[in-house]
Design a protein around this ligand. Structure first.
Ligand SMILES: [Zn+2]
Length: 276
């Protein structure tokens, strides 16, 4: 079944363009964990934040969710809230509806961007928020910042009926995963696929094709998935970042990542296509 878009029931807008007496949806974060109402498995819907015994550090209007206002709030301290608790975003993948899960990912990135851009990175003055824009501007030097997204590539490299998987040195388990890494300034996504493949496993690939993308708000990335075919070279790992890399037949792939990640979707794609 196709996953819902973040815009399924959400309309972003920067200025608060409506007043409502019925209530608002609140994405409330404490130490990057989101407040969930256990009765509904949803975020709280409140007339205002005073209904909860929480002290907001910052509050940003996000737009309309299900035709009601929605806001993101960071709070200072964690109190006992009856029937509610703060949960890590990754654990909410299977609890929240997918579009709300995506919106929670947008909410945490915006509240953390606000927190981390209180001062100008150029001259050090206190910043303000640009009217009508999700942007921070410095009143002294005019420097401005939008929320940052850091793209990363992830690639399913196929040779015959086998998939290349690598094991990181820092992994706490023996899990093998796909070649992945952050985009460097100045390169295209396809060049990032070639460079990361060469750096991690010493191979060259061809026929790089776009597979799909996925917001990855841990903390502010976008995973861009590709498929590629082996071109030339012998597997050679650096031993520092990558401990081992091998070709796996579909039937030999174990410890698959959860479907939360595009990594899991790429491996599913390979298994479906090459299982006999
Ligand atoms: Zn400045």
């Amino acid at each position: 079944m196709p996953k819902k878009s973040i815009y399924y029931d959400y309309q972003p807008s920067t200025p608060r363009d409506e007043k409502t007496d019925s209530g608002s949806y609140y994405f409330i974060f404490y130490q990057d964990k989101l407040l969930i109402d256990h009765h509904t498995n949803e975020i709280p819907f409140l007339k205002n934040l005073n209904q909860l015994p929480v002290e907001p550090l910052r509050e940003i209007y996000l737009g309309q969710l299900r035709r009601s206002p929605c806001l993101v709030v960071e709070i200072e301290s964690c109190l006992e809230l009856s029937g509610m608790s703060f949960i890590d975003l990754k654990e909410l993948y299977s609890i929240l509806e997918y579009d709300i899960y995506l919106l929670a990912g947008r909410a945490i990135q915006i509240i953390n961007w606000d927190k981390n851009h209180q001062f100008c990175g150029k001259c050090g003055s206190s910043t303000g928020t640009m009217e009508g824009e999700m942007a921070k501007i410095c009143p002294d030097c005019g420097h401005f910042n939008y929320p940052r997204v850091s793209p990363a590539i992830i690639t399913a490299i196929v040779k015959g009926d086998k998939l290349l998987m690598a094991r990181h040195t820092y992994g706490i388990t023996n899990r093998y995963g796909l070649v992945a890494g952050f985009l460097e300034p100045g390169e295209t996504l396809e060049e990032a696929v070639q460079r990361e493949t060469a750096e991690e496993v010493g191979l060259k690939v061809k026929n790089i094709e776009y597979f799909g993308s996925q917001p990855w708000p841990y903390p502010h990335s976008l995973m861009v998935g590709f498929t590629a075919e082996y071109d030339k070279g012998e597997i050679k790992v650096d031993g520092k970042e990558i401990a081992d890399a091998r070709w796996f037949k579909a039937s030999k792939i174990q410890n698959r990542p959860y479907s939360i990640s595009i990594s899991g979707e790429l491996i599913e794609w390979f298994i479906k296509k090459y299982s006999s």
